[in-house]
Each structure stands twice: as structure tokens, then as C-alpha cells.
Design a protein around this ligand. Structure first.
Ligand code: DC
Length: 222
């Protein structure tokens, strides 16, 4: 195997990308990077500053000035924004609901893609998970996966996850919110959610986490 090895996992919200990327990375001795966390960290900073999401010039400047770093603790990725650990806070609903808008801003994507490529150079063997990893950021990746799942399954996984955290949420509301995010991510002009060229499409609707990971490992072994 050559030194730098990049695996990309793209797909819609709730397809299980983060879970799969983390377990796969552990299994094969790679790092994994959840790139959605970077878009979320910028969104959190915008919310804290009470900026308007229409202020694209201001947001691009803010993104350029923000120091986004990632680190690992017991194999889990931590994300730091200007030195502060925001790993938990970026999962808040308000952040989730607004990140698609921030992810459509060119200067934000430019800045984060730069950090992602630098991370690849630094960490060398990485599973990158996001929306444009195989299409735009790492078109020459060693293995590209597009992970999909039916909307009902994606919503019910998210519902289960929130219930485990003690939150009482309506599954229909989750479905609507996922659909809205997908629509925004797929329709933006820049780096929209797409099946990357040469990507292996995996539908995880009827597969366990273990089965999905096994299939990706089998693709790697080929
Ligand atoms: O995967 P996630 O839910 O944490 O992603 C949050 C948002 O960021 C989602 O709207 C898609 C966007 N995103 C993106 O545009 N490009 C990426 N590489 C990763 C996430």
C-alpha cells in the first residue's frame, strides 16, 4: 500500500456515515474525519455572534479567521473552534437546522476543504466522511463509498438516537427536517451532494453496521 491512503464516505443525512466511518477506521487502523462537524463549528460561531445567515461576505471572513482543529480521544474525533472544544455543542438542533445554509457559501467550503486536504497530508491514512469528499475534495481517493438508506430508516435511526439521549421527538418532524437538509445539500450550486464518479453505492437500509463495514473492507481488499 502506498503511504497516503484516503477512503471517502459520502451520502445524505442519517445514512450512518459517521458510525460506519468510525468503526471502519478503527478496524483498519486509520483515522476518521467527520467533515460535517467542521461546517457545524462555523455555524455555531455564527449563531453565537448573532450574525445573519444572509451575510455571506461576513460569514466568509469569519470562516477565514476561525481556527478549526481536530484531535482524537480514545479513537473519537474532537473538534476545536478557536481553541474551544465544541464537539458536543455542535450537535444542538439550532446548529443542525442552519448548517446547510452555511455549507452553501463558497468561502466557507474553500476554507474547510483546505483544512481537510491538510489533515490528509498530516494523518496519511484517513476515512473522510461528508457530502463532497469523493467528488470535490479527494477526487483521486483510493476508495469511494456513497452510503444511502431509505428516508424511513434514516428518520427512525435519528429518532432512536435522540430518544436514547432522553429527547422526546416526533418522527414525522425528523423526516421533514432530514428531507429539507437533503434538498438544500443536493440543490446548491457548489459541491452539491452527488454520487462521486467511481464510487461504490451501498444502501444500508436493510444492513447492520457490521455488514456495511464488512462490505467496505471487502472492497478495500479487492
Ligand atoms: O453530516 P452532518 O449532518 O454533520 O452535516 C452537516 C451539514 O454540513 C449538512 O447540511 C451537510 C453539510 N456538509 C457539507 O456540505 N459538506 C461536507 N463535506 C460535510 C457536511
Amino acid at each position: 500500500m502506498k503511504n497516503k491512503t484516503i477512503i471517502t464516505i459520502d451520502g445524505p443525512a442519517g445514512a450512518g456515515k459517521s458510525t460506519i466511518a468510525k468503526i471502519l477506521a478503527e478496524r483498519i487502523g486509520f483515522r476518521y474525519i467527520d467533515t460535517g462537524a467542521m461546517y457545524r463549528a462555523i455555524t455555531l460561531k455564527i449563531l453565537r455572534r448573532n450574525m445573519e445567515f444572509t451575510d455571506t461576505v461576513g460569514i466568509e471572513k469569519l470562516a477565514e479567521e476561525t481556527d478549526i482543529r481536530i484531535d482524537f480521544e480514545n479513537g473519537s474525533m474532537k473538534i476545536y473552534s478557536d481553541g474551544e472544544d465544541v464537539t458536543e455543542e455542535i450537535r444542538k438542533k439550532e446548529v443542525t437546522d442552519n448548517t446547510s445554509r452555511v455549507a452553501a457559501i463558497p468561502g466557507v467550503r474553500y476554507k474547510l476543504a483546505k483544512i481537510q486536504r491538510q489533515s490528509a497530508d498530516r494523518l496519511m491514512k484517513v476515512v473522510f466522511e461528508g457530502r463532497d469528499m469523493g467528488s470535490i475534495v479527494f477526487p483521486g481517493a483510493d476508495l469511494k463509498v456513497y452510503l444511502d438508506a431509505g428516508i424511513q430508516e434514516r428518520a427512525s435511526r435519528r429518532w432512536q438516537e435522540l430518544r436514547e439521549k432522553g429527547m422526546d421527538v416526533d418522527i414525522e418532524e425528523i423526516k421533514l427536517s432530514i428531507k429539507k437538509r437533503d434538498r438544500l445539500d443536493e440543490s446548491r450550486g457548489l459541491a452539491p451532494l452527488r454520487v462521486p464518479e467511481n464510487a461504490h453505492v451501498l444502501d444500508s437500509t436493510d444492513l447492520s453496521i457490521e455488514e456495511v463495514v464488512n462490505r467496505i473492507v471487502a472492497l478495500l481488499d479487492r
